[in-house]
Write a protein that binds this ligand. Structure first.
Ligand SMILES: Nc1ncnc2c1ncn2[C@@H]1O[C@H](COP(=O)(O)OP(=O)(O)O)[C@@H](O)[C@H]1O
Ligand SMILES: [Mg+2]
Length: 353
């Protein structure tokens, strides 16, 4: 049995998903709400969890966290709305809005084969629209650029948070544990048009820093594939994770996968080793590198995107300093320029085999 901050009982409905830290359920008597319940071992470590949830809840009341889609506005993530306590009064989780009809980006990133993509969700009413929108080919490719573009706008907003009245909020938020599983995308009909609408999840993991205080999880979650070489510190760490995600959405390949080390880097094939040694296939060491024959066409598609976007990827994965990685603002401009370039034929742009 669980309770809200003012003592109302919460009954858990069906499970919506789970991650490394928690399970998320539908609220049994209010399906518009989702309930995140942390695992005991996480609660033991996260002594300031209640404080962070409270702070995020307050922030959600005052900050402009909406994006326009057609004539509607969507909240850009699942923000904590209330804490959840167990019967002895310990904080064990929080309540947020349910994201309906969303698919996590891990499925979109890997959606290459129409016979297996989204198969787990074959009976979901959205199955065919996900196939239609996100399959890694022709039309799906353009939508993956669109998705990356929206995400760059979303995160730009997060890093330059403003109040609803437009005043800047003096607060840095970073270390989102950005990875496909922490982002959902749904196709929503808004006044007669279908829009791809992303949602950022797992917001409890982030760090909030103002001039006086820093509020962060005692053991921030991270995921190796999205972890920048320097580890989670600031927004530049997130810029790395986001660039990996954009690369995966666009090229259906992790930037450091299927890269071979040639002579100079022959002592390691681990992805981590390549990341640390600046072995991005299009970076400074490219003359020492090759890409695996099976997958080379995927990295090879890099040459088909605009040089503006190529440079953003190179800066993201091959800069000397984390602060040289492109900002979300630069990504959104680069992606929009490419999307608006009428001479780009997205359905014929890439090789898929
Ligand atoms: N508001 C929500 N609406 C719908 N599904 C959600 C929501 N929040 C989380 N989920 C699902 O639950 C999974 C785990 O949630 P998450 O907050 O990422 O937990 P963890 O901190 O353990 O990673 C997500 O990957 C997603 O599939
Ligand atoms: Mg998660």
């Amino acid at each position: 049995m669980y309770k809200t901050s003012n003592g109302q009982a919460i009954k858990l409905g069906k499970e919506l998903g789970k991650g490394g830290a928690a399970n998320v359920y539908l609220h049994a008597s209010d399906k518009s709400k989702a309930v995140k319940i942390f695992k005991p071992e996480i609660l033991q470590k996260e002594v300031n969890l209640a404080k962070r949830i409270e702070k995020l809840n307050q922030l959600a009341q005052i900050a402009d966290i909406e994006m326009p889609f057609g004539n509607a506005k969507k909240t850009i993530g699942a923000w904590p709305k209330d804490i959840v306590k167990d019967l002895s009064g310990n904080v064990v989780g929080y309540i947020m809005d349910t994201v309906n009809g969303g698919i996590d980006l891990a499925f979109i990133v890997g959606a290459r084969d129409p016979t297996t993509a989204f198969l787990k969700y074959r009976s979901d009413p959205n199955y065919s629209s996900w196939l239609n929108y996100f399959l890694y080919q022709g039309r799906g490719l353009k939508n993956r650029f669109v998705l990356s573009y929206y995400l760059s706008l979303y995160f730009d907003k997060m890093y330059k948070l403003k109040a609803k009245n437009g005043a800047r909020i003096e607060l840095d938020i970073c270390n989102f544990d950005i990875k496909p599983k922490n982002i959902l995308a749904s196709i929503e009909n808004i006044s007669g048009h279908n829009h791809i609408v992303p949602y950022i999840l797992d917001l409890d993991n982030l760090t909030l820093k103002d001039i006086k205080h820093k509020l962060s999880p005692s053991s921030a979650q991270f995921t190796q594939e999205y972890r920048a070489p320097e580890g989670p510190i600031d927004k530049y760490y997130d810029y790395w994770s986001l660039a990996v995600l954009f690369y995966q959405l666009i090229f259906n390949q992790h930037p450091f996968d299927a890269v071979l080390g040639g002579t100079r880097f022959s002592d390691g094939t681990e992805r981590d080793f390549f990341i640390k040694n600046k072995c991005f296939p299009w970076g400074r060491n490219r003359k020492f590198l090759s890409v695996g024959t099976q997958n080379d066409f995927r990295h090879g598609n890099f040459l088909k995107i605009s040089s503006e976007l190529q440079h953003l990827f190179i800066r993201a994965f091959d800069s000397d300093l984390p602060s040289q990685r492109p900002s979300m603002d630069e990504w959104s401009r680069g992606l929009l320029d490419f999307l608006q370039n009428n001479s780009v034929q997205f359905d014929r742009l890439f090789r898929y085999k």
